[in-house]
Design a binder for this molecule. Structure first.
Ligand code: NAD
Length: 508
């Protein structure tokens, strides 16, 4: 392999990252020990100074202080900040998308799609600001009113993963702000520049509408800095997105201080393809879900459970499409698969493939490294036929590996489908309504997301997003996910002159 490409490209990319930060109005960070690399070449874009324990604690204090006032601002007025943020994101959509590509390696269309998702959730949150409804229930006592009211919770700590560096922050922040919470964000230390850009835009949005910019704080650094949010009593809700390993560490610590946790952890998503499926449609959906974002989505399709009657024709189509996928620099037009995030991700993929082959798996295609430079990791997405759902198949390997299993009986397919620790996203491809309904029923897919005739990835913001089992049980984004960001009070009002007790109790 040669250094040439990466040597030529890295300074150009670094310069571009700096000029993008300037375009957002961000201060160029002082050099420091946090090294920001681009997965495109593996070279350094910038370095910055991470937060210390003291500066992180000070940020939590500022957010806590800002909360005291922010919670009293009417929700539709709070929404003005989010509306302005949506305008700024729209104006900077392409630039922010480009920064996502530089830092996370996503192809342009997916990076801009992520920014669009931010704009979508802002629109949702603006409407929501007038719909934070509480129920009024009939009281069993005459002259009484029974109702519930929803109040802001406090400081929301947001810990996010590298692979959705901006959308997941927006899901949390747009909702938290209209709900009256303030936010302290600890992004992945792999993607601090996109975080800096978003933070700058949000503060600008607040200032533009006359709101307190301190409602949003950014702290940069590794897990140790994130731990400040985990352990601080003032952080009422910790919304943490990342690996199951991370969730396993943070959840008990937040529980120990009776804080609330919203966990969005790893997935191991599967699709069942039945004999009645439209194979052409299924193949297209499978290719996007399994190979898109180089297999680095929490919702990436990792397991394919195919009826034995159609496995041949389906795999022919999918493998054929795989062979035509262009792998390379995500800034190049026509490239559909960008780099893995770093050497560790490549090593994990290599090891998983080795284990799968050791378990009797057979490579259908892909898996090899595509030369680009010594320090970047491009791979051809892999398909492996497996004789059984072995341990490696039940794990999430954050890389483009699609394991293929076969079935004869739908009940068996659903059993296989659910026999993994994670429970994020799932699909069935079928034109038989009975099969579709069976998959969506209580004894069907056990995932938080269950689709029919579309892939496992690419959720819309209108629905609640999240998964069960080791995925953590959290729900973000649409539907009534906002309730996680508020506290509920049940109010009983006596407007009579009597004092009847509930359950007919007399106390005289
Ligand atoms: P990661 O777990 O390595 O890191 C995620 C974040 O957690 C980072 O900001 C990291 O600094 C922080 N962190 C890690 N350990 C911590 C600790 N002990 N205390 C406090 N903070 C800690 O994950 P990653 O490699 O950045 O992202 C990939 C993983 O995230 C995959 O497993 C993927 O499935 C998952 N993910 C899930 C969703 C979802 O919505 N379910 C979305 C995106 C990514």
């Amino acid at each position: 392999m040669t250094h040439t490409l990466s040597d030529q490209l890295t300074p150009e990319l670094a310069e571009r990252a700096t000029s993008l930060l300037r375009a957002f109005g961000a201060d160029i960070p002082e050099p420091g020990e946090l090294v920001v690399r681009t997965p495109i070449t593996g070279g350094t874009l910038l370095t910055l100074r991470p937060d210390t324990v003291e500066t992180a604690d000070a940020a939590i204090t500022r957010a806590d202080t800002a909360f005291r006032t922010w919670r009293t601002v009417p929700a539709p007025v709070r929404a003005a900040v989010v509306r302005r943020l949506a305008e700024l994101l729209t104006a900077h959509r392409a630039e922010l998308g480009e920064l996502v590509t530089l830092e996370a390696g996503k192809i342009g269309a997916e990076a801009v799609g992520e920014v669009q998702e931010m704009i979508d959730i802002c629109e949702f949150a603006i409407g929501l600001s007038r719909q934070l409804y509480g129920y009024t229930m009939p009281s069993e006592r005459p002259g009484h009113r029974l109702m519930e009211t929803w109040h802001p919770l406090g400081v929301v700590g947001v810990i996010s993963a590298f692979n959705f560096p901006v959308a997941v922050w927006a899901w949390n922040t747009a909702l938290a702000l209209v709900c009256g919470d303030t936010v302290v964000w600890k992004p992945s230390d792999i993607t601090p520049l996109t975080a800096l850009a978003c933070h700058t835009l949000l503060r600008r949005a607040a200032l533009d509408v006359g709101a307190d910019p301190e409602v949003h704080q950014l702290i940069q650094g590794d897990a140790e800095i994130g731990a400040r949010l985990v352990d601080d009593e003032r952080v009422a809700l910790l919304s943490a997105t990342g690996s199951v390993r991370m969730g396993r560490t943070v959840a008990p610590r937040v529980a120990a201080r009776f804080g609330r946790c919203l966990l969005e952890l790893g997935g191991n998503n599967a699709a069942i393809v039945t004999p009645s499926a439209d194979l052409e449609l299924a193949a297209r959906a499978i290719v996007f879900a399994a190979a898109g974002t180089a297999g680095q989505r929490c919702t990436t399709l990792r397991r394919l459970i195919v009826h034995t009657d159609v496995v041949g024709p389906l795999l022919d189509r999918v493998a054929n499409a795989y062979r035509q996928l262009r792998v390379g620099n995500p800034l190049t037009d026509g490239v559909l698969v960008g780099p893995l995030i770093h050497a560790g991700a490549h090593e994990n993929m290599r090891t998983a493939l080795e284990r799968a082959l050791g378990d009797g798996g057979r490579m259908v295609c892909g898996g090899e490294r595509v030369p680009f430079g010594d320090d970047s990791y491009y791979v051809r997405p892999a398909i492996v036929r497996m004789p059984a759902q072995t341990a490696v198949v039940r794990e999430e390997t954050f890389a483009p590996i699609l394991y293929v299993l076969t079935y004869r009986d739908l009940d068996h397919a659903i059993t296989l489908h659910n026999a993994v620790p994670q429970g994020l996203s799932s699909s069935i491809f079928t034109t038989d309504q009975r099969e579709a309904e069976r998959f969506l029923a209580a004894d069907g897919s056990d995932c938080g997301i269950a689709n029919v005739n579309i892939g496992t990835s690419g959720a819309e913001i209108g629905g609640a997003f999240g998964g069960e089992k080791h995925t953590g049980g959290g729900r973000e984004s649409g539907s009534d996910s906002w309730k996680s960001y508020m506290r509920r009070a049940t109010n009983t009002v006596n407007y009579s002159t009597e004092l009847p007790l509930a359950q007919g109790i007399t106390f005289t």
